[in-house]
Design a protein around this ligand. Structure first.
Ligand SMILES: Cc1cc2nc3c(=O)[nH]c(=O)nc-3n(C[C@H](O)[C@H](O)[C@H](O)COP(=O)(O)OP(=O)(O)OC[C@H]3O[C@@H](n4cnc5c(N)ncnc54)[C@H](O)[C@@H]3O)c2cc1C
Length: 464
């Protein structure tokens, strides 16, 4: 019996695609090599990090309860319980995916899948090998942490996003190589839990994919809270000691410095899992290990689709994986399958202050020849931000002066990753700056700052 759809990989791309295929009444199977469903995002990415970040947020308030008028003697962080809470959240949601598979009549097959070509897949499982046949295959095998050449992660000193989530004790010193979303999120977590954190980044700024002003604001706040930041820095000669890691760092100034950390997190990007999945048996084309697809997520092999972190040209984000899965399944089911619009993909970085962004940065908009008009509004002038005691950051609107088109929105500040949803909805529905200026924002809310920033494209914000 051939399945209508077989999905390989149970991350946010794969499991969501399997659910949607089940909803459409397609005979579906999901293959996963790990014992638990959920992929990087649920098991060792988005969800456990955000659980720890939530605890870091709560702990921030306990560090200075007097500021809120609360007497609280000697609050203590019980890190074993913090980890336990994080693990329970992950387990709950992984079981939730098991339930969704049953609910949508998706067969779950455990084992390592390899494409054999022609709609056949070999699965090596605990109970031996089997061959599964499918009219359509969705490859959603995700990614894993890249390592620096010659370096290997271990459970103790040299860590990736996987090992760092389970270290039993908060390290006194933590070095982080890489200042993308993963690096800065862990910096934000462990700095607030009490580690002395140093970030080493080769590029000239933190979060290099964001608008330049966002990077500067994050750097300003990180430095204020005691994080050491070395951008334009090259880490070399990394050595493991008995209970620490040493490295030689060439700083931006050209000066060399020997550094030593109790733990070192390597967060230098993610490698697509396309090596060992049998792509050589298909006509799918690769670009530096990433799978090339068309607007409907089709590869060069008839009936083979690719979604998520393995796809060339789209950012490695959970919601992108899910959205691409919806496109692939819609196409398989013969329903409208609109290509992903890269310019409408929200980015969210869960630091303190947080970052939310969508569309073009100011520099990109200028480079593309738009008549750029910028509106900014600082959270320092927003009353709800004062109530929360979270004053850092701003909302920045990038628009085209000719027609009031919204080209991009960049937010750094309280709940920026939630606030960005309004901007995404505005851009998706092709609202103009004028539409957003007359959109009523409830008071007092932090999202009033978004309305004020739109007004400020024309210098018409009220509260500054
Ligand atoms: C620390 C960290 C934090 C992150 N935080 C966020 C965030 O806050 N928001 C966000 O949007 N993104 C975040 N991401 C990125 C997000 O996790 C990924 O973009 C997302 O998981 C990609 O989904 P996917 O479905 O493509 O693959 P994955 O989630 O990587 O899942 C792939 C699955 O395929 C399985 N698999 C691989 N090969 C085979 C095979 N041959 N046979 C069977 N199964 C196989 C794997 O075991 C895995 O379960 C974070 C990533 C990290 C590392």
């Amino acid at each position: 019996m051939a399945y209508d759809v077989v999905v390989i990989g149970s991350g946010p791309g794969g499991y969501s695609a399997a659910v949607r295929a089940g909803q459409y009444g397609l005979k579906t199977a999901l293959i996963e090599k790990q014992p638990r469903l959920g992929g990087t995002c649920l098991l060792v990415g988005c969800i456990p990090t955000k659980a720890l970040l939530h605890t870091a947020d709560v702990w921030d308030y306990f560090k200075n309860p007097e500021a809120e008028g609360i007497q609280c003697k000697d609050p203590r962080l019980d890190y074993a319980k913090v980890l336990d809470r994080k693990n329970k959240i992950v387990t709950k949601h992984s079981k939730g995916i098991d339930f969704l598979m049953r609910k949508n009549k998706v067969d779950v097959i455990k084992g390592h899948a390899r494409l054999l070509g022609g709609g056949r897949i070999e699965v090596q499982g605990e109970k031996g090998n089997q061959t599964v046949e499918a009219k359509n295959i969705i490859l959603a095998t995700g990614s894993e942490a890249r390592m620096l050449p010659g370096l290997q992660s271990d459970a103790n000193q040299i860590l990736t996003n996987i090992e760092i989530l389970d270290i039993p004790v908060i390290p006194k010193t933590l070095g982080i190589i890489g200042a993308g979303a993963v690096g800065v999120e862990f910096a934000s977590i462990f700095n607030r839990f009490g580690s002395k954190v140093t970030i080493l980044e080769m590029l000239p700024r933190l979060v290099p994919v964001e608008d330049e002003e966002i990077s500067k604001e994050l750097e300003k706040h990180f430095k204020k809270t005691g994080i050491r930041i070395e951008t334009g820095a090259k880490a070399e000669n990394i050595r493991k000691n008995a209970d620490s890691v040493s490295l030689s760092v060439t700083l931006a100034s050209g000066q060399k410095e020997e550094m030593e950390f109790e733990k070192l997190l390597v967060a230098v990007g993610r490698k697509p899992n396309t090596d060992n999945v049998g792509l050589e048996n298909t006509k799918a084309e690769l670009d530096r290990g990433f799978v090339k697809v068309d607007g409907q997520q089709r590869t060069g092999e008839p009936g083979l689709y690719a979604i998520g972190d393995i796809v060339a040209g789209t950012p490695q984000l959970a919601h992108v994986a899910t959205a691409e899965g919806m496109v692939a399944v819609s196409h398989i089911a013969g329903k409208p399958a609109h290509p992903i619009n890269r310019n409408r993909i929200p980015g969210a970085t869960y630091t303190e202050p947080g970052i939310g962004s969508v569309g073009l940065s100011e520099a990109q908009a200028k480079a593309q020849g738009f008549q750029v008009k910028v509106g900014k509004f600082p959270f320092a002038a927003n009353s709800k931000a004062t109530i929360l005691g979270k004053h850092e950051g701003f909302v920045k609107i990038i628009s085209d002066g000719r027609f009031g088109e919204i080209l991009g929105v960049h937010i750094i500040g309280p709940e920026a990753f939630e606030l960005i949803s309004e901007a995404v909805a505005a851009m998706e529905s092709e609202a103009t700056v004028e539409t957003m200026m007359s959109t009523i924002h409830a008071h007092p809310t932090i999202y009033e700052a978004v309305g004020e920033a739109f007004n400020n494209v024309y210098g018409l914000a009220i509260n500054i």
